[in-house]
Design a protein around this ligand. Structure first.
Ligand SMILES: Cc1cc2nc3c(=O)[nH]c(=O)nc-3n(C[C@H](O)[C@H](O)[C@H](O)COP(=O)(O)O)c2cc1C
Length: 327
């Protein structure tokens, strides 16, 4: 069993609609120890859906990248993992490990028996991990929640470890708790005490200080951050959103655009989602966000920021203010 070796203690979470290649690269550049793709359908990979292959294609990501799969059939998920491995061997995909999604609460995922629904039948989680380990030689990791309705994380974590997973990430909320303010770090400490594979803790981390506290209080090996990194890749170099200047936000968004262009990933939905996150937390932001929301193409979003691109010093506070006020 191989264990992916992360470059630092804080890693970027998988986030549908956000963790595209340019954003992952940006976060890695600012210190993320690893990053994940958003959840990718195993079934679509097996059916050779071209749009799904577009989501996993190679972009030159040379840090620990986890490719996250979801599905409900152990055979199908393992076949998809094998397909990904073949792509990696042909240098058409940058993944260094395969992560299994056992935590998604979205009804379109759970109604097919995938994501967090798998937690209701822990043996199924074990079967999926075992089959993936058997068919694919990339490291296999899993991301779970504390349970579907009932908390059964101790049983699930042990089953996943016994089935051969090389790491486990625990989002310390149940499916029912969604993304609420309720989270349970004690559960992380309990799991850490009962498994020997590395544990990634997730949930309730809004600042780099929270991340340090989570590691101290739970003993987890790594911390995964999702929403805290949106619009703030500086999280990974230790900066909370509250201390990031407007100029720094602009600078990071311009870096995102440049990476997106470099790896040919200038797609409307992702670009808009990120533009909205970067354009927040300053006076007049609502007006700017409204314009971004109405934009119909990547080019239109780019134009909103264009006047200052290249001309202004990217890390001056003024640059962002001027840029936004021209919008
Ligand atoms: C917009 C959004 C999309 C997400 N997509 C995924 C996903 O594709 N796969 C996954 O395992 N978790 C996904 N998550 C859950 C996060 O990875 C993470 O577990 C959760 O947000 C808790 O972390 P946080 O408190 O740092 O936000 C998503 C979360 C958000 C907010």
């Amino acid at each position: 069993m191989q264990t992916p070796s992360f470059l630092s203690k804080i890693v970027l979470a998988p986030m549908a609609g956000y963790t595209d290649a340019p954003f992952r690269m940006l976060c890695a550049k600012h210190g993320a120890g690893a990053a994940y793709t958003e959840l990718v359908s195993a079934s679509a990979l097996v059916r050779k859906n071209p749009r799904t292959f577009e989501m996993i294609r190679q972009c030159g990501e040379n840090y620990p990248l986890g490719l996250q799969l979801f599905g409900s059939s152990a055979q199908e998920i393992a076949s998809a993992a094998r397909i990904c491995e073949e792509y990696v061997q042909k240098k058409e995909c940058d993944a260094k490990f395969i992560d299994l999604n056992f935590g998604c609460p979205a009804s379109k995922v759970t109604k097919i028996g995938a994501g967090s629904a798998i937690l209701a039948t822990p043996q199924k989680a074990g079967e999926i991990v075992r089959e993936c380990v058997r068919k694919c030689s990339l490291p296999i990791t899993a991301k779970i929640r504390l349970g579907f309705k009932e908390k059964n994380y101790m049983e699930v974590a042990r089953i996943i470890e016994d089935a051969g997973a090389s790491m486990i990430c625990v989002h310390c909320r149940t499916k029912e708790e969604g993304f609420s303010e309720k989270f349970d770090w004690n559960a992380l400490a309990q799991i850490k005490g009962s498994i020997s594979i590395p544990l990634i803790g997730n949930g309730g981390v809004r600042t780099p200080q929270d991340a340090s506290r989570m590691m101290q209080e739970t003993g987890c090996d790594y911390v995964m951050v999702a929403r805290g990194a949106l619009g703030n890749p500086y999280f990974f170099s230790g900066k909370s959103a509250s201390v990031v200047t407007q100029g720094e936000r602009l600078c990071a968004f311009l870096e995102y655009l440049s990476l997106a262009r470099k790896c040919d990933w200038l797609q409307s939905e992702y670009l808009k989602a990120h533009a909205l996150e970067f354009a927040s937390g300053f006076k007049g932001a609502n007006r700017v966000r409204e314009k971004i929301s109405k934009a119909k193409s990547p080019e239109e979003i780019e134009t909103l920021f264009k006047p200052e691109m290249g001309a202004a010093s990217h890390n001056s506070k003024q640059a962002l203010a001027v840029c936004f006020f021209r919008v």
